[in-house]
Ligand binder design. Sequence first.
Ligand code: GLA
Length: 706
Amino acid sequence: MWSIAGAHTEYTVAVGESGQWLELVGWGPRGVSVGPSPLAFHGRPQYLTRGDVAAVEYATDGLRPFLGADLVVTAGDGTRSASWTLAEVVADPDADLHADLRADVVADHGLRATFVDEVTGLRCVQCYRFAPGTDVVERWVELHNGGAAMLRLESLGSAGFSVPTPHGARLSYLCGQWSQEFTPASVELGRGRFEIGSSQGVTGHQFAPYLAVNDQRDPGPTWGVGLAWTGSWRIAADTDAAGLTRVRAGRALTDGPVPLAPGESLTTPVAAGAYSAEGLDGLARAWHCYERQLAGERLERIRPVVYNSWEATSFDVTAAGQLALADAAAELGVETFVVDDGWFVGRPDDHSGLGDWTPDPAKFPDGFGAFVRQIRAKGLDFGLWVEPEMVNPRSALYAAHPDWVYRVDGRPMTTIRHQYLLDLGRDDVYSFVLGTLDGLLRAYPIGYLKWDFNRPRSEPGRPGTAPADLDLDGAHVRNLYRILEHLRREHPAVTVEGCAAGGGRVDLAMAARADVVWPSDNTAPLDRLRIQYGFLAAHAPHLMSSWVTDARGLFDDRPRSAAFRFVLASAGVLGIGADITRWDAATRKLAASWVARYKQVRDVITRGEVHRIGDPSQPRCAVQYTLGDRIVVLAWHTGALDGLGHLPARDIRLPLHGLDPAARYRHGDTVYSGSHLTAVGLPVRWTAEHDADLIELTRSTENDGR
Ligand code: GLA
């Protein structure tokens, strides 16, 4: 038996029957594996295999599990059957190993278990690692074809996670569509299968690669699974008759099997598992902590307050118009001015131009370099929008390289937003995209890059190549990662924002490679509050880019104040996207004061521990951020504003979390005890003019109640 330890949790596996698999023994708080495993079964599997009933960590089709396998391999002779023999288990040699009461080995970080299929020569290393300082266990599989024949991987999961759900499972997930991403949803699964995913060759707007599982009668202990993959994916949950829910996460091979030639190796994406005893909100904190760890030292850098001109000017970009916006932005305290779509040649609208990444001389008559210098002379850093994996049929790039796009020979092609997707898995396309970005970053002093992706992949083909020899999705995604990693290495000062028609490309792999992401194109106050609330269930605030705009709601268009919009956009990384040249002097003054206020608290917001209070469907809706002795509470009034203040009413109370009951917390002249803030709550009082607030409390050392 082997146990690996996270910050507060542990994950314990044992070798199953006859050495054919690893099975889960315990996953939960430290010490949870000491005692009989809740996953062990007794009784005979009737009309099932033992591989169906045991908590198998990574099931192959060779175990004949009727309920599904993580890995399905077709051998050279067409037979489908990989069966493992355990070769060795190695606890991470770098980890500090020590004996435990029950587990044979405890590794602080990782474990590698190697299995071999004697018939095909396929080697499979099942890998485990707790990301340091977190409660997230990363799992992935390294496959190597050590045989003489070509293998085809028909199903290529990253991991299976078993969760005890004696009363049936409650599954929580995040679904959506363009302009309505990250909508929390849940389903009760007594028996059967539930599946989410994307077949779009990109993470997608429809579902986030995030699934949380509880027992139906116990909202406390919560297990979560996420996937670090930016192509097609699936996360499926099966709840069986004996109270076990198995979650399988991995790539979705929508183009057909992935070939693995003799001598070739392949590593699956990381499937990440998180545990919290504190329900969905506690699970959110486990994911936040993990994403901070993924950001590494880049967490420390300040994500600038941006102004982005998209909603103000759309494609109507001119040097004069952008400079006028930049003047206003500088006055508000904005740090980076981002020119969005429409700056390059042949781009009067979204019908043409993608692929031709040369600044349009008609729009920048004094030259783009001079324009960028003028922006920077205002004390602003400069940012630029690009969509480098795309091409319009009406572009010089497409005329020169019609074979660079995904296409099935002899079949018509699908346009979405009048554009095609470049096959980034090709070496020439990879070099083009890398060269384009390098070229722009070297030619101009650019401090911020917004990398967009406005259409999913539809055509499963590469001109002139047999589909059976390709892994289009894998090649595209890996080259995307290579380029993002190159940008970090070669242009470390550049902040990268990930965007895909809003939040269509947000996942753990992007969280590790982008500094911020754009959760949605919907910037209207009440709509976006819902989106951000859902986003924070899975992702950390340092990633959450948000702008103050004048947008009307698409789903809920009840008016809210400018303050509401500023408090909302301050919940992560603040930006402004309105046409600020139209704002009157009073609005600009107010805006400048909000920007200044945000800068004072942004370290608490982007790095603090997050507790979501209430939710956007309730009158009580707030987010608490705690960093050391500082607490910032952002609160919004989501109900009707009429009549407020005219009749007797009591304050809304926001119960805070994680405080020392005996300590004193000060907001202005008001002092609260930790007990009061926890048990009674922080008071807020809304009026038609005051529908949101940013409240900073500081733990005071004097007046301590002890
Ligand atoms: C996408 C993005 C927007 C904007 C436009 C530009 O829709 O999500 O923010 O950049 O493209 O075309």
